[in-house]
Design a protein around this ligand. Structure first.
Ligand SMILES: [Zn+2]
Length: 88
C-alpha cells in the first residue's frame, strides 16, 4: 500500500539502528498493514488507496504509531539475521 510505504520511508531515517533490508522492510510493512483498521484492509486495493489518501490527520498519526511499533518489533528480532536493534 503506497501510503504505508511512503510513511515507512519518512520514518526510517530516525532509526539508524534498524536493519532496513528488504526482509525487515517487508516485515514492518506487513505488520502495519495487518494492524490497520479492518475498514481499510477489507476493501479492494483501489479503495484502500483512496480511503488512506483522504485520511484525516488522526488516521495518519495512527499509521505512524503502528509503524513505530513495527520498527521496534522487527528491529528486536530481525528475520534476516542482522544484529537486534533496540529502538525506543
Ligand atoms: Zn534485515
Amino acid at each position: 500500500m503506497e501510503v504505508v510505504q511512503r510513511e515507512y520511508e519518512a520514518l526510517r531515517p530516525q532509526f539508524s539502528a534498524f536493519c532496513g533490508c528488504d526482509t525487515c522492510r517487508g516485515d514492518v510493512l506487513v505488520f502495519a498493514l495487518n494492524r490497520l483498521s479492518p475498514h481499510y484492509v477489507s476493501t479492494r486495493q483501489g479503495e484502500i488507496l483512496t480511503e488512506l489518501s483522504l485520511a484525516s490527520d488522526q488516521e495518519k498519526a495512527k499509521l505512524s504509531v503502528i509503524l513505530l511499533e513495527g520498527f521496534r518489533k522487527v528491529g528486536m528480532a530481525p528475520r534476516c539475521g542482522a544484529k537486534p536493534a533496540h529502538i525506543v
